[in-house]
Design a binder for this molecule. Structure first.
Ligand code: SAJ
Length: 425
Protein backbone atom coordinates (compact mmCIF):
# COMPACT_ATOMS: atom_id res chain seq x y z
CA UNK A 1 0.00 0.00 0.00
CA UNK A 2 1.07 3.57 -0.69
CA UNK A 3 0.91 5.95 2.22
CA UNK A 4 0.14 9.29 0.61
CA UNK A 5 -1.05 11.00 3.77
CA UNK A 6 -0.18 10.16 7.36
CA UNK A 7 -1.92 11.67 10.36
CA UNK A 8 -0.14 12.01 13.72
CA UNK A 9 -2.52 12.45 16.66
CA UNK A 10 -0.64 14.15 19.51
CA UNK A 11 2.24 16.50 18.68
CA UNK A 12 4.27 16.21 21.87
CA UNK A 13 7.72 14.83 22.65
CA UNK A 14 7.12 11.72 20.51
CA UNK A 15 4.40 12.75 18.04
CA UNK A 16 6.12 15.85 16.70
CA UNK A 17 9.54 14.25 16.00
CA UNK A 18 7.79 11.25 14.42
CA UNK A 19 5.60 13.50 12.26
CA UNK A 20 8.73 15.43 11.23
CA UNK A 21 10.59 12.20 10.44
CA UNK A 22 7.85 11.09 8.00
CA UNK A 23 7.62 14.59 6.50
CA UNK A 24 11.39 14.68 6.00
CA UNK A 25 10.92 11.68 3.67
CA UNK A 26 8.52 13.80 1.61
CA UNK A 27 5.33 12.17 2.83
CA UNK A 28 2.39 14.49 3.51
CA UNK A 29 1.75 14.59 7.25
CA UNK A 30 -1.25 16.10 9.02
CA UNK A 31 -0.46 16.63 12.69
CA UNK A 32 -3.40 16.89 15.08
CA UNK A 33 -3.28 18.30 18.59
CA UNK A 34 -5.87 19.64 21.03
CA UNK A 35 -3.46 22.40 22.10
CA UNK A 36 -4.02 25.51 19.90
CA UNK A 37 -0.64 26.94 20.94
CA UNK A 38 1.16 23.80 19.69
CA UNK A 39 -0.77 23.86 16.40
CA UNK A 40 -0.08 27.54 15.81
CA UNK A 41 3.62 27.23 16.71
CA UNK A 42 4.17 24.25 14.40
CA UNK A 43 2.36 25.92 11.50
CA UNK A 44 4.85 28.78 11.84
CA UNK A 45 7.64 26.23 11.37
CA UNK A 46 8.62 26.43 15.04
CA UNK A 47 8.49 23.98 17.95
CA UNK A 48 6.92 24.13 21.42
CA UNK A 49 9.14 21.46 23.05
CA UNK A 50 12.88 21.14 23.63
CA UNK A 51 14.70 18.49 21.59
CA UNK A 52 18.05 18.94 19.82
CA UNK A 53 17.81 19.60 16.04
CA UNK A 54 14.01 19.16 15.97
CA UNK A 55 13.49 22.87 15.21
CA UNK A 56 15.40 22.58 11.91
CA UNK A 57 13.60 19.43 10.78
CA UNK A 58 10.15 20.85 11.63
CA UNK A 59 11.00 24.17 9.99
CA UNK A 60 11.92 22.61 6.67
CA UNK A 61 9.01 20.10 6.80
CA UNK A 62 6.53 22.96 7.27
CA UNK A 63 8.08 25.38 4.77
CA UNK A 64 8.33 22.65 2.10
CA UNK A 65 4.65 21.88 2.66
CA UNK A 66 4.97 18.30 3.96
CA UNK A 67 3.83 18.99 7.55
CA UNK A 68 0.74 20.87 8.65
CA UNK A 69 -0.90 20.97 12.08
CA UNK A 70 -4.61 21.19 12.85
CA UNK A 71 -6.99 20.89 15.79
CA UNK A 72 -9.35 18.37 14.16
CA UNK A 73 -8.54 15.11 12.35
CA UNK A 74 -8.82 14.88 8.57
CA UNK A 75 -8.90 11.77 6.34
CA UNK A 76 -5.54 10.00 5.90
CA UNK A 77 -4.15 6.57 4.93
CA UNK A 78 -2.61 5.92 8.34
CA UNK A 79 -3.26 7.37 11.79
CA UNK A 80 -0.63 7.23 14.53
CA UNK A 81 -1.67 7.99 18.09
CA UNK A 82 0.97 9.37 20.45
CA UNK A 83 -0.97 10.84 23.38
CA UNK A 84 -0.19 10.69 27.13
CA UNK A 85 -1.09 7.70 29.32
CA UNK A 86 -0.83 9.14 32.85
CA UNK A 87 -2.11 7.68 36.13
CA UNK A 88 -5.74 7.74 37.17
CA UNK A 89 -6.20 8.74 40.82
CA UNK A 90 -3.65 7.86 43.51
CA UNK A 91 -3.55 4.16 42.78
CA UNK A 92 -1.08 4.19 39.86
CA UNK A 93 -3.78 2.77 37.57
CA UNK A 94 -3.33 3.78 33.91
CA UNK A 95 -5.61 6.47 32.54
CA UNK A 96 -6.56 5.60 28.95
CA UNK A 97 -8.89 8.58 28.51
CA UNK A 98 -6.51 10.39 26.11
CA UNK A 99 -6.38 7.29 23.88
CA UNK A 100 -10.17 7.02 24.05
CA UNK A 101 -10.56 10.69 23.05
CA UNK A 102 -8.07 10.29 20.20
CA UNK A 103 -9.91 7.17 18.94
CA UNK A 104 -13.25 8.98 19.08
CA UNK A 105 -11.76 11.99 17.29
CA UNK A 106 -10.40 9.99 14.32
CA UNK A 107 -13.39 7.60 14.06
CA UNK A 108 -15.54 9.96 11.90
CA UNK A 109 -12.81 10.30 9.23
CA UNK A 110 -11.74 6.61 9.12
CA UNK A 111 -12.02 4.92 5.73
CA UNK A 112 -11.86 1.28 4.64
CA UNK A 113 -8.20 0.25 4.23
CA UNK A 114 -6.87 2.66 6.89
CA UNK A 115 -4.17 1.69 9.34
CA UNK A 116 -4.39 2.88 12.96
CA UNK A 117 -1.28 2.61 15.14
CA UNK A 118 -1.13 3.17 18.88
CA UNK A 119 2.33 4.48 19.83
CA UNK A 120 1.54 5.64 23.38
CA UNK A 121 3.05 3.50 26.14
CA UNK A 122 0.08 1.41 27.19
CA UNK A 123 -0.94 -1.37 29.58
CA UNK A 124 -1.48 -4.80 28.06
CA UNK A 125 -4.88 -4.89 26.33
CA UNK A 126 -5.03 -1.16 25.48
CA UNK A 127 -4.76 -1.74 21.70
CA UNK A 128 -7.74 -4.13 21.77
CA UNK A 129 -9.60 -1.59 23.88
CA UNK A 130 -8.84 1.11 21.30
CA UNK A 131 -10.21 -1.20 18.58
CA UNK A 132 -13.48 -1.56 20.50
CA UNK A 133 -13.80 2.24 20.91
CA UNK A 134 -13.28 2.68 17.15
CA UNK A 135 -15.79 -0.09 16.39
CA UNK A 136 -18.40 1.45 18.68
CA UNK A 137 -18.07 4.74 16.83
CA UNK A 138 -18.09 3.18 13.32
CA UNK A 139 -20.53 0.27 13.05
CA UNK A 140 -20.29 0.55 9.22
CA UNK A 141 -16.65 -0.61 9.29
CA UNK A 142 -15.10 -3.88 10.50
CA UNK A 143 -12.13 -4.18 12.87
CA UNK A 144 -9.52 -6.87 13.60
CA UNK A 145 -10.79 -7.87 17.05
CA UNK A 146 -14.02 -9.14 15.47
CA UNK A 147 -13.11 -9.75 11.81
CA UNK A 148 -9.41 -10.74 11.95
CA UNK A 149 -7.60 -10.59 8.61
CA UNK A 150 -10.82 -9.65 6.80
CA UNK A 151 -11.27 -6.39 8.68
CA UNK A 152 -11.67 -3.03 6.91
CA UNK A 153 -9.32 -1.29 9.34
CA UNK A 154 -5.85 -2.53 10.31
CA UNK A 155 -4.62 -1.89 13.86
CA UNK A 156 -1.21 -2.25 15.53
CA UNK A 157 0.71 -1.21 18.63
CA UNK A 158 4.21 0.12 17.87
CA UNK A 159 5.61 1.62 21.07
CA UNK A 160 8.03 4.51 20.93
CA UNK A 161 11.36 3.73 22.62
CA UNK A 162 13.47 6.83 22.03
CA UNK A 163 15.66 8.56 24.59
CA UNK A 164 14.82 12.23 25.26
CA UNK A 165 17.75 14.32 24.02
CA UNK A 166 18.54 11.80 21.24
CA UNK A 167 15.06 11.40 19.77
CA UNK A 168 15.78 12.13 16.09
CA UNK A 169 18.74 9.75 15.95
CA UNK A 170 17.02 6.97 17.91
CA UNK A 171 13.78 7.25 15.90
CA UNK A 172 15.70 6.38 12.76
CA UNK A 173 18.30 3.94 14.13
CA UNK A 174 16.51 1.95 16.85
CA UNK A 175 14.83 -1.34 16.02
CA UNK A 176 11.06 -0.98 16.10
CA UNK A 177 8.67 -3.47 17.71
CA UNK A 178 5.59 -3.88 15.51
CA UNK A 179 2.65 -5.50 17.26
CA UNK A 180 -0.21 -5.97 14.81
CA UNK A 181 -3.61 -7.28 15.91
CA UNK A 182 -3.22 -9.70 12.97
CA UNK A 183 -0.21 -10.60 10.75
CA UNK A 184 -1.54 -8.35 7.94
CA UNK A 185 -1.83 -5.46 10.39
CA UNK A 186 1.82 -6.02 11.35
CA UNK A 187 2.99 -6.14 7.74
CA UNK A 188 1.24 -2.90 6.90
CA UNK A 189 2.60 -1.16 10.00
CA UNK A 190 6.14 -2.38 9.24
CA UNK A 191 5.84 -1.00 5.69
CA UNK A 192 4.80 2.36 7.15
CA UNK A 193 7.75 2.64 9.54
CA UNK A 194 10.18 1.52 6.87
CA UNK A 195 9.57 4.96 5.30
CA UNK A 196 12.14 6.37 7.74
CA UNK A 197 13.29 3.65 10.18
CA UNK A 198 16.72 2.24 9.40
CA UNK A 199 16.66 -0.19 12.35
CA UNK A 200 14.89 -3.53 12.00
CA UNK A 201 11.07 -3.59 12.19
CA UNK A 202 10.47 -6.72 14.27
CA UNK A 203 7.01 -8.23 14.09
CA UNK A 204 5.02 -9.60 17.03
CA UNK A 205 1.45 -9.31 18.31
CA UNK A 206 -0.10 -6.27 19.98
CA UNK A 207 -0.10 -7.63 23.54
CA UNK A 208 3.57 -8.64 23.36
CA UNK A 209 4.48 -5.23 21.92
CA UNK A 210 2.64 -3.51 24.79
CA UNK A 211 4.41 -5.68 27.36
CA UNK A 212 7.78 -5.23 25.59
CA UNK A 213 7.80 -1.47 26.12
CA UNK A 214 6.76 -1.84 29.77
CA UNK A 215 9.40 -4.54 30.24
CA UNK A 216 12.22 -2.35 28.89
CA UNK A 217 11.48 0.48 31.28
CA UNK A 218 10.85 -1.87 34.20
CA UNK A 219 14.17 -3.59 33.53
CA UNK A 220 15.92 -0.24 33.81
CA UNK A 221 13.92 0.71 36.91
CA UNK A 222 14.76 -2.56 38.69
CA UNK A 223 18.44 -2.14 37.84
CA UNK A 224 18.54 1.48 39.03
CA UNK A 225 16.74 0.37 42.22
CA UNK A 226 19.51 -2.18 42.79
CA UNK A 227 22.11 0.60 42.50
CA UNK A 228 20.09 2.92 44.76
CA UNK A 229 19.65 0.20 47.39
CA UNK A 230 23.39 -0.53 47.25
CA UNK A 231 24.12 3.17 47.85
CA UNK A 232 22.04 3.12 51.05
CA UNK A 233 23.58 -0.14 52.26
CA UNK A 234 27.10 1.15 51.56
CA UNK A 235 26.40 4.41 53.37
CA UNK A 236 25.47 2.39 56.46
CA UNK A 237 28.54 0.15 56.16
CA UNK A 238 30.93 3.05 55.45
CA UNK A 239 31.83 1.78 51.99
CA UNK A 240 32.20 4.03 48.93
CA UNK A 241 29.43 2.80 46.61
CA UNK A 242 30.98 4.34 43.47
CA UNK A 243 34.26 2.55 44.05
CA UNK A 244 32.35 -0.65 44.87
CA UNK A 245 30.29 -0.52 41.65
CA UNK A 246 33.42 0.24 39.59
CA UNK A 247 35.10 -2.82 41.07
CA UNK A 248 32.10 -5.13 40.72
CA UNK A 249 31.59 -4.02 37.10
CA UNK A 250 35.04 -5.36 36.26
CA UNK A 251 33.44 -8.80 36.46
CA UNK A 252 32.60 -9.82 32.86
CA UNK A 253 28.96 -10.58 33.65
CA UNK A 254 28.19 -7.73 36.07
CA UNK A 255 26.96 -4.32 34.88
CA UNK A 256 25.47 -2.30 37.74
CA UNK A 257 23.87 1.05 36.88
CA UNK A 258 24.52 4.29 38.76
CA UNK A 259 22.81 5.32 42.01
CA UNK A 260 21.27 8.79 41.98
CA UNK A 261 18.78 11.00 43.81
CA UNK A 262 15.88 8.84 42.57
CA UNK A 263 14.24 8.06 39.24
CA UNK A 264 12.51 10.83 37.33
CA UNK A 265 10.97 11.54 33.96
CA UNK A 266 7.64 10.49 32.55
CA UNK A 267 8.51 6.94 31.56
CA UNK A 268 10.64 4.82 33.88
CA UNK A 269 8.89 6.07 37.02
CA UNK A 270 5.47 5.42 35.45
CA UNK A 271 5.50 2.42 33.11
CA UNK A 272 6.35 -0.32 35.68
CA UNK A 273 3.11 0.56 37.49
CA UNK A 274 1.18 -0.46 34.34
CA UNK A 275 2.47 -4.00 34.88
CA UNK A 276 1.78 -3.87 38.63
CA UNK A 277 -1.72 -2.55 38.04
CA UNK A 278 -2.63 -5.55 35.77
CA UNK A 279 -0.90 -8.24 37.83
CA UNK A 280 -0.47 -6.88 41.38
CA UNK A 281 0.16 -10.22 43.10
CA UNK A 282 2.76 -11.38 40.60
CA UNK A 283 4.71 -8.11 40.21
CA UNK A 284 6.53 -8.19 43.54
CA UNK A 285 10.02 -7.25 42.36
CA UNK A 286 8.77 -4.58 39.94
CA UNK A 287 6.67 -2.94 42.65
CA UNK A 288 9.51 -3.05 45.18
CA UNK A 289 11.90 -1.45 42.68
CA UNK A 290 9.44 1.42 42.25
CA UNK A 291 9.19 1.82 46.00
CA UNK A 292 12.99 1.75 46.44
CA UNK A 293 13.49 4.41 43.76
CA UNK A 294 10.61 6.55 44.99
CA UNK A 295 12.01 6.57 48.53
CA UNK A 296 15.48 7.73 47.49
CA UNK A 297 14.71 11.50 47.42
CA UNK A 298 13.59 11.46 51.08
CA UNK A 299 16.77 9.57 52.01
CA UNK A 300 18.86 12.31 50.33
CA UNK A 301 16.88 15.02 52.17
CA UNK A 302 17.62 13.25 55.48
CA UNK A 303 21.36 13.20 54.60
CA UNK A 304 21.21 16.95 54.00
CA UNK A 305 19.45 17.49 57.34
CA UNK A 306 22.20 15.49 59.10
CA UNK A 307 24.84 17.58 57.30
CA UNK A 308 23.13 20.79 58.49
CA UNK A 309 23.17 19.46 62.09
CA UNK A 310 26.85 18.49 61.81
CA UNK A 311 27.65 21.95 60.46
CA UNK A 312 25.83 23.59 63.39
CA UNK A 313 27.73 21.40 65.84
CA UNK A 314 31.02 22.60 64.36
CA UNK A 315 29.90 26.26 64.43
CA UNK A 316 27.89 26.52 67.69
CA UNK A 317 27.73 30.32 67.41
CA UNK A 318 25.50 29.95 64.32
CA UNK A 319 21.71 29.59 64.34
CA UNK A 320 19.86 27.33 61.85
CA UNK A 321 18.56 30.43 60.03
CA UNK A 322 22.17 31.32 59.17
CA UNK A 323 22.85 28.07 57.29
CA UNK A 324 22.81 28.31 53.49
CA UNK A 325 22.16 25.09 51.56
CA UNK A 326 23.04 24.84 47.86
CA UNK A 327 21.41 22.31 45.52
CA UNK A 328 23.46 21.53 42.40
CA UNK A 329 21.19 20.44 39.55
CA UNK A 330 17.40 20.44 39.36
CA UNK A 331 16.45 18.59 36.17
CA UNK A 332 15.31 14.96 36.05
CA UNK A 333 18.60 13.80 34.56
CA UNK A 334 21.92 15.14 33.32
CA UNK A 335 22.31 17.52 30.37
CA UNK A 336 18.64 18.18 29.66
CA UNK A 337 16.40 21.09 30.69
CA UNK A 338 13.36 19.03 31.71
CA UNK A 339 12.17 19.65 35.28
CA UNK A 340 9.05 17.47 35.13
CA UNK A 341 8.94 14.56 37.62
CA UNK A 342 12.45 15.50 38.72
CA UNK A 343 13.70 13.89 41.96
CA UNK A 344 16.32 16.67 42.18
CA UNK A 345 13.61 19.33 42.18
CA UNK A 346 11.58 17.28 44.67
CA UNK A 347 14.62 17.19 47.00
CA UNK A 348 15.39 20.91 46.58
CA UNK A 349 11.74 21.74 47.29
CA UNK A 350 11.71 19.67 50.50
CA UNK A 351 15.02 21.18 51.64
CA UNK A 352 13.68 24.70 51.04
CA UNK A 353 10.56 23.84 53.07
CA UNK A 354 12.49 22.43 56.03
CA UNK A 355 15.69 24.50 56.01
CA UNK A 356 15.43 27.55 58.24
CA UNK A 357 18.19 29.38 56.34
CA UNK A 358 18.58 30.22 52.65
CA UNK A 359 18.23 27.55 49.96
CA UNK A 360 19.99 28.30 46.69
CA UNK A 361 20.18 26.20 43.53
CA UNK A 362 22.19 26.01 40.33
CA UNK A 363 21.22 24.43 37.04
CA UNK A 364 23.19 25.37 33.93
CA UNK A 365 20.41 24.00 31.70
CA UNK A 366 17.60 26.12 33.15
CA UNK A 367 17.75 29.24 31.03
CA UNK A 368 14.15 30.52 31.17
CA UNK A 369 13.56 33.69 33.19
CA UNK A 370 10.74 32.22 35.28
CA UNK A 371 11.39 28.49 35.70
CA UNK A 372 8.70 26.47 37.50
CA UNK A 373 10.55 26.20 40.81
CA UNK A 374 9.36 27.26 44.28
CA UNK A 375 9.89 30.94 45.12
CA UNK A 376 11.88 30.07 48.26
CA UNK A 377 14.70 28.63 46.12
CA UNK A 378 16.99 31.26 44.57
CA UNK A 379 18.82 30.35 41.38
CA UNK A 380 22.47 31.34 41.30
CA UNK A 381 25.74 30.51 39.54
CA UNK A 382 27.90 27.47 40.30
CA UNK A 383 30.75 29.70 41.50
CA UNK A 384 28.49 31.62 43.88
CA UNK A 385 26.85 28.48 45.23
CA UNK A 386 30.25 26.91 45.90
CA UNK A 387 31.59 30.00 47.62
CA UNK A 388 28.55 30.78 49.80
CA UNK A 389 26.96 27.45 50.77
CA UNK A 390 27.52 25.95 54.21
CA UNK A 391 26.05 22.65 53.05
CA UNK A 392 25.95 21.48 49.43
CA UNK A 393 23.98 18.65 47.85
CA UNK A 394 24.89 17.49 44.34
CA UNK A 395 21.76 16.21 42.64
CA UNK A 396 22.47 15.98 38.89
CA UNK A 397 25.75 15.15 37.15
CA UNK A 398 25.51 17.82 34.44
CA UNK A 399 28.60 18.03 32.24
CA UNK A 400 29.28 21.58 33.51
CA UNK A 401 29.76 20.21 37.04
CA UNK A 402 32.21 17.57 35.81
CA UNK A 403 34.71 20.09 34.39
CA UNK A 404 37.81 19.78 36.61
CA UNK A 405 37.88 22.69 39.07
CA UNK A 406 34.23 23.71 38.40
CA UNK A 407 33.17 22.67 41.90
CA UNK A 408 35.40 24.64 44.20
CA UNK A 409 33.57 24.26 47.50
CA UNK A 410 34.21 26.39 50.56
CA UNK A 411 32.39 23.82 52.69
CA UNK A 412 33.24 20.24 53.65
CA UNK A 413 29.58 19.44 54.28
CA UNK A 414 28.73 17.89 50.94
CA UNK A 415 26.09 15.29 50.12
CA UNK A 416 26.87 13.84 46.70
CA UNK A 417 23.91 11.91 45.27
CA UNK A 418 25.61 11.52 41.89
CA UNK A 419 29.19 10.31 42.48
CA UNK A 420 30.69 13.35 40.72
CA UNK A 421 33.17 14.03 43.50
CA UNK A 422 34.22 10.41 43.80
CA UNK A 423 34.63 10.05 40.05
CA UNK A 424 36.88 13.13 39.98
CA UNK A 425 39.01 12.00 42.91
N1 SAJ B 1 19.01 7.02 36.22
C1 SAJ B 1 19.75 6.66 37.35
N2 SAJ B 1 20.81 5.81 37.20
C2 SAJ B 1 21.17 5.33 35.98
C3 SAJ B 1 20.41 5.67 34.83
C4 SAJ B 1 19.33 6.53 34.98
O1 SAJ B 1 19.45 7.08 38.47
O2 SAJ B 1 22.16 4.57 35.94
C5 SAJ B 1 17.85 7.93 36.36
C6 SAJ B 1 17.99 9.24 35.57
O3 SAJ B 1 18.75 10.18 36.27
C7 SAJ B 1 16.55 9.64 35.41
C8 SAJ B 1 15.82 8.29 35.27
O4 SAJ B 1 16.71 7.32 35.79
O5 SAJ B 1 16.06 10.31 36.56
C9 SAJ B 1 15.42 7.91 33.86
O6 SAJ B 1 16.44 8.26 32.94
P1 SAJ B 1 16.86 7.33 31.71
O7 SAJ B 1 17.95 8.00 30.97
O8 SAJ B 1 17.14 5.96 32.20
O9 SAJ B 1 15.53 7.19 30.83
P2 SAJ B 1 14.43 8.20 30.19
O10 SAJ B 1 13.28 8.26 31.12
O11 SAJ B 1 15.01 9.47 29.73
O12 SAJ B 1 14.01 7.34 28.86
C10 SAJ B 1 13.58 6.00 29.00
C11 SAJ B 1 14.37 5.12 28.01
N3 SAJ B 1 14.16 3.70 28.32
C12 SAJ B 1 15.20 2.83 28.49
O13 SAJ B 1 16.35 3.19 28.41
C13 SAJ B 1 14.85 1.42 28.75
C14 SAJ B 1 13.92 5.41 26.58
O14 SAJ B 1 14.54 4.53 25.66
C15 SAJ B 1 12.39 5.30 26.47
O15 SAJ B 1 11.94 5.59 25.15
C16 SAJ B 1 11.79 6.32 27.41
O16 SAJ B 1 12.18 5.94 28.76
C17 SAJ B 1 10.28 6.29 27.24
O17 SAJ B 1 9.75 7.17 26.56
O18 SAJ B 1 9.64 5.33 27.71
Amino acid sequence: MNFNTISMIGLGYIGLPTAAAFASRKVKVIGVDVNPHAVETINKGQIHIVEPDLDMVVHSAVTEGYLRATLTPEPADAFLIAVPTPFKGDNHDPDLSYIESAAKAIAPVLQKGNLVILESTSPVGATEKMATWLAEARSDLTFPHTHGEESDIRIAHCPERVLPGHVLRELVNNDRVIGGMTPKCSQLAAALYKIFVQGECVITNARTAEMCKLTENSFRDVNIAFANELSIICDKLDINVWELIGLANRHPRVNILQPGPGVGGHCIAVDPWFIVSKTPKESRLIRTAREVNDSKPEWVVKKVESAINEHLKLFPEKTPSQVTVACLGLTFKADIDDLRESPALQIATKIAERNKGRTIAVDPNIKTKKPPIPSNISLTSTAEACSTADVTVILVNHKEFKIPGALNFKTNFIVDATGIIENQA
